[in-house]
Design a protein around this ligand. Structure first.
Ligand code: SF4
Length: 194
């Protein structure tokens, strides 16, 4: 099973974006990519998700193996600055997602039903919503659009970076990779202290 997943998990990434076109509620699946790196750190005491299971890494690696430039990434990108920029972007984005969803839930603002790139740039098309799965509260739809936008943005950046440079370059700055490394370090420190 593990081998099959490692081989075909790139299809999960592609399916995520296709399912969102059918109904934006499927974008909630994106939370798996936010939770699983930490679940594996807790379970295995190592970054098993990043090492074996991450579908985004699989997708980017496969694609860049075919069309990538395979250049060495500049030092500033992989030695800290890139990591910090992506982490700040991710933190602000998550904060905005939580606050705006809360506002929609409390009926203090309308849901945003557009895909945005880098939070600020609204894409000039509407999602077709091809599959009606019944009534969904506004906050759930809003959250779906926001998660889809975040995954869309990071995948576009990942595609750009992985194809400009070596295939694993995205992983050097991926916020989930950075955060799961921090979680692992914290866990090991706590174990040493005990
Ligand atoms: S660093 Fe990010 S993209 Fe790379 S394997 Fe880990 S979670 Fe996936």
């Amino acid at each position: 099973m593990k081998e099959i997943w490692m081989k075909y998990s790139y299809l999960f990434t592609i399916s995520f974006f296709i399912l969102g076109i059918f109904n934006i509620i499927f974008a909630w699946i994106g939370f798996l990519c936010l939770i699983m790196p930490f679940a594996f750190v807790i379970k295995d005491n190592r970054r098993t998700w990043c090492q074996s299971f991450c579908p985004r890494s699989n997708f980017l690696t496969r694609l860049s193996a075919r069309i990538g430039a395979h250049r060495k990434a500049p030092k500033w990108l992989i030695n800290g600055t890139g990591k910090r920029v992506m982490l700040i972007y991710f933190s602000i984005n998550m904060l905005m997602i939580c606050l705006s969803t809360l506002m929609v839930y409390l009926d203090n603002r309308d849901p945003s039903e557009k895909i945005r790139f880098l939070m600020a740039f609204q894409l000039p098309w509407n999602m077709p919503n091809l599959l009606n799965i019944g009534f969904m509260p506004d906050w759930a739809v809003h959250l779906g659009f926001r998660v889809y936008s975040m995954m869309f943005t990071t995948t576009i950046i990942g595609l750009f970076i992985s194809n400009m440079f070596k295939s694993k370059t995205w992983c050097a700055i991926c916020p989930m990779g950075t955060l799961s490394s921090l979680a692992l370090r914290k866990k090991n420190t706590l174990q040493l202290v005990r």
